[in-house]
Design a protein around this ligand. Structure first.
Ligand SMILES: NC(=O)c1ccc[n+]([C@@H]2O[C@H](COP(=O)([O-])OP(=O)(O)OC[C@H]3O[C@@H](n4cnc5c(N)ncnc54)[C@H](OP(=O)(O)O)[C@@H]3O)[C@@H](O)[C@H]2O)c1
Length: 241
């Protein structure tokens, strides 16, 4: 129970990597503030955590809307008193030729993946400064380290998220705020099917699990006096680097 007494806010906690991360952080003793739009899925995650002896509360919010982000953070702090770990995980993707993407698609992907990360960091960092530290863990992607065909806007949004991560690390490490990027390759979630990163073919069979990525999130969040995890790059066993 290395995270006992800590409060972790996880975005996109209703399914996939966010759900697995919330459960894994709770298993280490963290109290979870779970954020997404789908209340019934958030309820299921909180019930699962509580059935295992953990503590979790959900705060429904659209992470692209500044007023909803601010309200969720205010409510989470009112309920749990602090935020020690922020996991910016909510995200969307898509798999289409470059010329098929519309302006709406661009705005939606950038807002969900990048603007939300910025909004949460902007709201939570002042609290972490008052608390003399914290962990910010941004679930980016290998598509934030290398561009992929048919994923141009998604890749651009993830490069932006990695850039933000690196800049915040350099700005805040001396204030004991540790900022990490987790960059998974293919992960077997809703996201990776159809509307997501792949066409949902047999290729998915060897993908990483959401639980694999959650282990990297926990690794980045574990307290250590003399180190910080800046980035973790992961690849499923059916994908080359
Ligand atoms: N799966 C992969 O292959 C893969 C690989 C590398 C990186 N990633 C990254 O991992 C992260 C999580 O993806 P996943 O695979 O777990 O996908 P997922 O199963 O589709 O889950 C996405 C989560 O984001 C939430 N979300 C989406 N839009 C939102 C919004 N506007 N407001 C609030 N919540 C929103 C969804 O909740 P609601 O719909 O309930 O709001 C859901 O909980 C993403 O950032 C993705 O880029 C995934």
């Amino acid at each position: 129970m290395k995270l006992k007494g800590k409060v972790a806010l996880v975005t996109g906690a209703s399914r996939g990597i966010g759900r697995a991360s919330a459960i894994a952080l709770a298993r280490e003793g963290a109290t979870i503030a779970a954020i997404a739009r789908t209340q019934k899925d958030l309820d299921e995650v909180c019930r699962t955590i509580e059935a295992a002896g953990g503590k979790a509360t959900s705060f429904s919010a659209d992470v692209t809307k500044s007023s909803e982000v601010a309200a969720a953070i205010r409510d989470a702090i009112a309920k749990h008193g602090r935020i020690d770990i922020l996991v910016n995980n909510a995200g969307i993707g898509g798999y289409r030729p470059f010329l098929d993407w519309s302006e709406d698609d661009y705005d939606r992907i950038m807002a969900t993946n990048m603007k939300s990360t910025w909004l949460f960091c902007k709201e939570v960092i002042p609290h972490m400064l008052k608390q003399n530290g914290g962990n910010i863990i941004n679930v980016a992607s290998v598509a934030g380290l290398q561009g992929y065909a048919n994923e141009a806007i998604y890749s651009a949004s993830k490069f932006a998220q990695v850039g933000l991560t690196q800049a915040l690390d350099r700005e805040y490490w001396q204030k004991n705020i540790k900022v990490s990027a987790i960059c998974p390759g293919g992960v077997e979630t809703f996201f990776a099917l159809g509307d997501g990163r792949t066409e949902g073919s047999d290729h998915m069979k060897g993908f990483s699990t959401a639980e694999d990525v959650a282990e990297a999130v926990v690794l980045a969040a574990l307290p250590r006096d003399r180190s910080r995890i800046v980035a973790v790059v992961m690849r499923p066993m059916n994908e080359q680097t």
